[in-house]
Each structure stands twice: as C-alpha cells, then as structure tokens.
Design a protein around this ligand. Structure first.
Ligand SMILES: NC(=O)c1ccc[n+]([C@@H]2O[C@H](COP(=O)([O-])OP(=O)(O)OC[C@H]3O[C@@H](n4cnc5c(N)ncnc54)[C@H](OP(=O)(O)O)[C@@H]3O)[C@@H](O)[C@H]2O)c1
Length: 286
C-alpha cells in the first residue's frame, strides 16, 4: 500500500480520497477550504497544512481541482505541490484542465519527479464505486507502476505520452457538451411544432439520442436536476475544448454553438446546478 496525497477535495476528490482509504492506502489530504477535509480525517486521513506538505509526505500525489488556474495555485509557488515533492515521487493530475495546463505542470516539476495525467470520465457515483474511466498519459513504466492504484478508482486507458490523457478527456467531453445541447434543441423543436412531451420522447427513443433522452427524461419532466457534474465545470470544459481546437486548427462549429448554451446558463446564475439543467434553459428560452 502507498502513501497517497489527494489535493482538492471537491465532489470528485473527496470521493477518490475515501475510496483510497477504503483500499487501505495511507491518505494525506489538502483542500483550499480546510473544513472539507474533516470527514476524511475522521475516516483516517491525515490533513496537511499546504499542498507542499501533502506532497512531501507522499509517494504519489493526486491533484483534483476545478480548472487550470486552480491547478497552478495548488502546484506552483512556495506552498505548491512542486515545492514539496521528494525524489521519485509521482504526480498524477486528474482534473479536467486540457493538455496546455498539463505541459505547464510538467515544466514546473523537478527532474526526477514523475508525471501522469489521468483525468476521469464518470461522476460522483462512479468515483464512489471505483468505476471511473481514466484516460492516462505518460511513460509506460510509470503507468505500470501506478496501475494498481489507478485500477482501484476505475479502468485506466493508456492513451499516449504526458498530455494525451488531458487531450482524450477533451474529446470525451466534446460529446457530453454536444449531446446535451442537441437533446435540448430537439425537445424545444418538438414543443415548438406542437408535439406532446411524451410523444417527443417516443420519437427520440428511435433516434441516435435514445439513451441520452431516456437518461434525462425524469429531470425534464420533473424540472429537478440533481447535482452530479456542476454546470460551471461543463462550461469550463466547453471553453477548453474550443480553445484547444482553435489552437490545433480544427473547426468545431457545433461544439462552439453548444458552448454558448452553457455560457448563457452560467451567466444567468446556474453555475452550481447540474450541467443537464441546460435542458431547462434551452426549453425555457422559447
Ligand atoms: N463532478 C463530476 O462529475 C466530474 C466528472 C469528471 C471530471 N470532473 C472534473 O474533475 C475536477 C473536479 O471536479 P469536482 O466536481 O470535484 O469540482 P468541485 O466539487 O467544484 O470542486 C472543485 C475543487 O477545486 C478546488 N479549487 C477551486 N479553485 C481553487 C483554487 N484557486 N485553489 C485551490 N483549490 C481550488 C475547490 O476547493 P474549495 O473546496 O476550496 O472550493 C475544490 O476542492 C474538475 O476539473 C472537473 O471538470 C468532474
């Protein structure tokens, strides 16, 4: 068993830390809002005062924070992860931040420290049950070394060198952003053309959006969108996708349009709701 530091104890990081504790690892935790560490300390984790201290105590450091700015805040500077790393310690970056942020992190780590990027697909319940998909970028030997740890969290898929995991995650989330926007527009069109909501769902059941429509039906009908993946994070992902595509010279006009629905919803104050609440926004915009 390893000594694992978890930096960032939001919806995902807190669940990952708990799962590691249940897997008999020694877990050191740090979170910007320190109170969020309390339930994990009660369950056996040790709280560190800074990300650097968490890193200094661990063999492997998992970072799971909101966005690229947060990743810089927890990894750089006197109190950041990079300042505390011992020789041979590995950093596994799990947030959704895009390849540029991962390359920047690689540039601030001392030689001798290992780095994998391993952002995840799946949400709170998958983090709890260890059934996430992890897109892993980094050298083969490091992936092999940490495969048992990653497998406790889900199914690792090694996609290439450092930064590839982050790239793969943007590809995956392009489908989330696009699908939810398209579903909202299909439902809005059905309403605009006078079809009942029930008939609209029957129609969608016969289309390529069948599974997504079925999954969201209860929320659309009840107006309740239980929080799993915050809308502010989905908007951030859409921005990352669009920026990465522009830089790579790839035309993503559909995703760009889907991004605007999320941006509008967040600007209206819906950032802390589940991202699927964008359906209510699209339907309500008629
Ligand atoms: N939720 C999901 O379903 C899901 C699924 C796959 C991937 N992800 C990705 O996983 C990452 C974490 O998501 P989450 O759902 O756990 O988000 P969350 O619940 O909103 O938590 C965000 C975490 O980032 C920390 N943070 C934000 N800004 C910071 C800063 N400037 N300095 C230090 N810490 C900062 C927060 O600290 P405080 O507690 O102090 O605010 C908190 O620990 C994101 O990149 C997200 O896109 C999420």
């Amino acid at each position: 068993m390893s000594v694992v530091a978890v930096v960032g104890l939001g919806a995902m990081g807190s669940r990952i830390a708990r799962r590691l504790l249940e897997g008999s690892h020694e877990v050191v935790v740090w979170n910007r809002t320190a109170e969020k560490a309390a339930p994990l300390v009660e369950a056996g984790a040790v709280a560190a005062a800074t990300p650097a201290e968490a890193a200094a105590r661990a063999e492997v450091v998992l970072t799971m924070v909101a966005n690229p700015a947060a990743l810089r805040d927890v990894t750089e500077g006197d109190e950041g992860v990079a300042a505390g790393l011992g020789e041979g310690t590995t950093v596994i970056e799990m947030s959704t931040v895009g390849p540029d942020a991962v390359h920047r992190l690689a540039s601030v780590l001392e030689e001798g420290a290992g780095l994998l990027d391993a952002p995840v697909l799946g949400s709170r319940s998958e983090a709890e049950s260890g059934t996430l998909t992890l897109f892993v970028g980094g050298p083969e030997e490091l992936v092999e070394r940490w495969a048992p740890l990653l497998s406790l969290l889900g199914s690792p898929l090694h996609v290439g060198p450092v930064g590839s995991g982050a790239a793969a995650k943007l590809v995956a989330n392009t489908t989330l952003v696009g699908t939810i926007g398209l579903l909202g527009e299909a439902l809005a069109l059905a309403e605009g053309l006078g079809l009942s909501r029930a008939k609209a769902f029957e129609v969608l059941a016969a289309t390529p959006l069948a599974a997504q429509a079925e999954r969201r039906r209860e929320s659309v009908e009840s107006g309740e969108y239980p929080a799993r993946f915050a809308l502010y994070l989905a908007r951030k992902d859409a921005e990352l996708v669009v920026a990465a595509a522009r830089k790579a010279g790839v035309d993503l006009r559909l995703t760009e349009a889907a991004r605007t629905w999320l941006a509008e919803s967040e600007d209206a104050g819906w950032g802390d709701r589940d991202y699927s609440a964008v359906l209510a926004r699209i339907l309500g915009s008629r």
